[in-house]
Design a protein around this ligand. Structure first.
Ligand code: NDP
Ligand code: PYC
Length: 347
């Protein structure tokens, strides 16, 4: 899979070493130690799992954003208990993940008490993969759904200008005797991070993924990044499906939480800012309230049936495989990238 291939991996870094180095980088470039620990774990985990578009590739974007004053790296989130099944967190212009961590235990307790609970985060910045926000809930026995909106770079179906974000949806469910079943997908034809990587590597995009600044179809990633836009996923004839899901993400991650829509925030006064200032919704469901341990077994039944129907691999399977390899051999990084990370950790 070339999308996830590394450029000449030449160093294998123990996961803990990578995570500690990233924490030093965040702390030295404008976050509290607590925020640094959460972001470093998230970013190192993405790299470990081969989720390269949201691994160490994101470090320059985090640092330029912190330097621009667009995000508060020292924010202390405020958690509010709104109702038996509803928590709200004001991230106070900080990152979404520390806000989530602060409310995680309360979300799990509410889901177990009520059968379902949701966590609405607003005034937050999410610059990462979404699966780390759902996988732990499934490991705690819950079914989880997370949605986050990003920045206006996707044209709604049939439209002419960018309005939606790349707006991922992540889902996780416990499986009997196996790692949770997880998917995490952008509702755009491609994640913006992957467009940036294609541009950096000089690779064209597939047909039907993007338009240029004149709204004309293009396979040039630079044209998409320089005033162009992505299309919702679903291909030429079914992009209305991705568009409807993206619309739902805007409503649930922004309107419901009190966050900005992807088209609403204005970062032009903060040169170097890259993190979307939006919202995130996480829903946790306790399957024990209906099927008890039976749900995880039913999940197994479905997985077996999918394999029987010929599905070659499960979503999340590539990540788990890469995770096991990285934990065995170290996280593969180009030597120059690792040297630069070490330099930033001292800078
Ligand atoms: P992909 O298209 O790479 O993968 C989407 C999902 O499909 C994954 O769960 C993947 O599993 C699974 N999958 C891929 N190929 C197959 C296959 N052949 N058979 C079965 N399952 C498959 O992800 P995207 O490019 O859409 O998104 C990349 C990342 O970007 C995500 O982590 C997303 O959260 C992040 N993102 C973050 C945003 C933000 O605002 N914070 C905005 C947009 C995207 P596997 O992981 O095992 O490959
Ligand atoms: O890859 O589309 C993306 C993205 C947006 C914000 C963070 N990642």
């Amino acid at each position: 899979n070339t999308k996830h291939a590394h450029l000449t991996p030449t160093e294998h870094i123990p996961f803990d070493t990578l995570r500690t180095t990233l924490a030093h980088i965040f702390e030295r470039h404008g976050t509290s130690a607590a925020v640094a620990a959460v972001l470093a774990d998230n970013c190192a985990s993405a790299e470990r799992d081969g989720a390269h578009s949201h691994g160490v590739f994101r470090i320059p974007g985090y640092l330029s954003t912190l330097a621009s004053g667009w995000v508060d790296g020292h924010a202390i989130p405020r958690v509010q208990d709104m109702a038996p099944g509803f928590l709200s967190v004001d991230a106070c212009n900080g990152f979404a993940q520390p806000a989530y961590m602060m409310a995680y235990d309360a979300l799990v307790a509410k889901a177990r008490a009520n059968g379902i609970a949701l966590l609405a985060i607003h005034n937050s910045h999410h610059f990462a993969a979404l699966w780390p926000d759902v996988e732990p809930l499934a490991r705690d026995g819950l079914v989880a759904l997370a949605l986050v909106n990003s920045m206006a770079c996707v044209v709604p179906s049939g439209g002419t200008k960018a309005l939606f974000g790349t707006n991922p949806i992540a889902f996780a469910a416990p499986r009997a005797g196996h790692d949770p079943l997880v998917f995490d997908l952008a509702t755009s034809a491609m994640a913006h991070g992957d467009v940036q990587i294609a541009a950096r590597e000089g690779r064209p995009l597939p047909e039907g993924f993007g338009v240029d600044c004149n709204g004309q179809p293009t396979t040039d990633p630079r044209a998409v990044l320089d005033g162009g836009a992505l299309l919702p996923f679903g291909g030429l004839h079914s992009s209305y499906k991705g568009s409807a899901l993206s619309m739902m993400v805007e409503l649930l991650a922004a309107a419901l939480t009190g966050g900005h829509f992807s088209f609403e925030f204005d970062w032009r006064g903060h040169s170097g800012a890259q993190t979307p200032h939006t919202g995130e919704l996480i829903i946790a469901i306790d399957p024990a309230k209906s099927q008890g341990r039976g749900f995880a077994q039913r999940c197994e039944d479905l997985v077996r049936a999918m394999a029987g129907a010929g599905q070659q691999r499960l979503p999340g399977e590539r990540r788990y495989r890469q995770r096991a390899q990285s934990l065995r051999e170290g996280v593969a990084l180009p030597a120059a990238t690792w040297a630069e990370l070490q330099r930033l950790a001292q800078a």
